[in-house]
Design a protein around this ligand. Structure first.
Ligand SMILES: NC(=O)c1ccc[n+]([C@@H]2O[C@H](COP(=O)([O-])OP(=O)(O)OC[C@H]3O[C@@H](n4cnc5c(N)ncnc54)[C@H](OP(=O)(O)O)[C@@H]3O)[C@@H](O)[C@H]2O)c1
Length: 339
């Protein structure tokens, strides 16, 4: 292992944690020592990094002595419990969960969109990575928003079951097997059967009738774009796709933004792959995005129903760009500037 930072990954045995380690290896992140943490369940398992085997240990408040960087991929409850302990021991925590995203002192960062926020916030001991649905939406909207300000966004998401981690993947697999075997299956991870279905509930319902995922998408977008008055309406749906979220998006701008101009801007934009040729039926699907770190955009159209309005479709790998890759990109910026 190269000489470098002392890094802990919490949730190292989970979907996002494993992908964080793979991406760090791919991108040559300078890890001097890796501490792989999870719950009792995975403690003792071995993971491999750069040809060396690292044993997973149970995380607790004492796990972070001497650790410089913590990548937290273990859910909001674990993050609320362990992040303060890691910070108290001098580490910087980059968190993939919702625990700290809306804390006004915590930068919420998509490197292609608002990398400057890392330096702009006073307290830099916690940096949050947004929800996967927010990341792909804003990687696509930001290059347009730099030319014409986004005033209103209407978005419908088609979210993969990997959003709920390994448990979500396992539940869809088990449902499909049970259905083909003509057996009953009681969903546990999702509120209703996802297999061969579409479930318009991602997260708990809030008093206003929106779900937590829908509300997050709105709040996170306003914070990241620095447009608190952004008008936005989201509908989030689980679909029987193992991996890769898709979104149907309509954005109204403060001045004209034609589909042709949007194509030009997106062709040059960081983190975007444009796949948009109706003549050859070229548009992205979740399968195209799987295993990649790009946000794929297609089906760009001038919206005839409102002025200065644009419709498009975007997809991204929610486990990679939606969590792991975004987190490693943030870690790279932090390591470059402060490490
Ligand atoms: N999946 C996505 O599309 C996605 C997108 C954006 C953000 N995220 C965020 O990424 C995080 C991880 O999600 P995932 O999809 O990787 O879930 P996952 O596959 O269920 O993995 C969760 C990992 O966290 C560990 N863990 C849970 N509670 C813990 C605790 N109290 N202390 C230490 N480790 C604990 C688990 O340990 P065991 O292995 O021992 O069970 C497991 O390794 C979550 O915060 C999620 O919100 C996920």
């Amino acid at each position: 292992m190269a000489r470098g930072l002392r890094v802990a990954v919490v949730g190292a045995a989970g979907l996002v944690g494993r992908e964080i380690l793979a991406i760090m290896e791919e991108r040559g992140f300078p890890i001097g020592q890796l501490i792989a943490l999870a719950t009792e369940r995975s403690a003792g398992d071995e993971i491999e990094l750069e040809g060396e085997r690292v044993q997973v240990r149970k995380a607790d408040a004492g796990s972070f002595a001497g650790v410089e960087l913590v990548l937290m991929a273990a859910g909001p409850a674990a993050s609320r419990e362990l992040t303060p302990a890691a910070v108290a021991q001098g580490a910087v925590v980059i968190d993939t969960s919702s625990a700290w995203r809306m804390d006004p002192d915590v930068p919420l960062v998509i490197p292609e969109v608002n990398a400057a926020d890392i330096a702009a916030f006073d307290k830099k001991s916690i940096i949050s990575s947004p929800s996967a649905a927010t990341i792909q939406l804003l990687v696509a909207v930001a290059p347009l928003h730099r030319e014409a300000v986004a005033k209103r966004i209407v978005v419908a998401t088609y979210e993969a079951v990997s959003r709920r981690g390994q448990g979500g993947m396992d539940e869809l697999g088990a449902e499909v097997t049970a259905l083909f075997g003509q057996r009953e299956f009681e969903p546990k991870v999702f509120p209703k059967r996802v297999a061969f279905n579409a479930v318009p509930q991602v997260g708990a319902f809030l008093p206003d009738g929106f779900t937590r995922e829908e509300s997050r998408l709105v709040e996170e977008s306003r914070k990241i774009l620095h447009v608190p008055e952004l008008r936005m309406c989201a509908t989030c749906v689980h679909v029987p796709v193992f991996n890769g979220h898709a979104e149907s998006v309509v954005v109204e701008f403060d001045k004209p933004m034609s589909a042709e101009r949007a194509r030009q801007l997106l062709r040059e934009a960081p983190g975007i792959m444009l796949k948009d040729d109706p003549a050859t039926a070229d548009y992205p699907t979740p399968i195209d995005a799987e295993g990649t770190d790009a946000t794929y955009v297609g089906r760009l159209r001038d919206d005839p129903s409102a002025a200065n309005s644009l419709a498009f479709w975007c997809v991204a790998d929610n486990v990679r760009k939606g969590a792991a890759a975004n987190t490693v990109q943030i870690a790279e910026i932090w390591a470059r500037d402060h490490g």
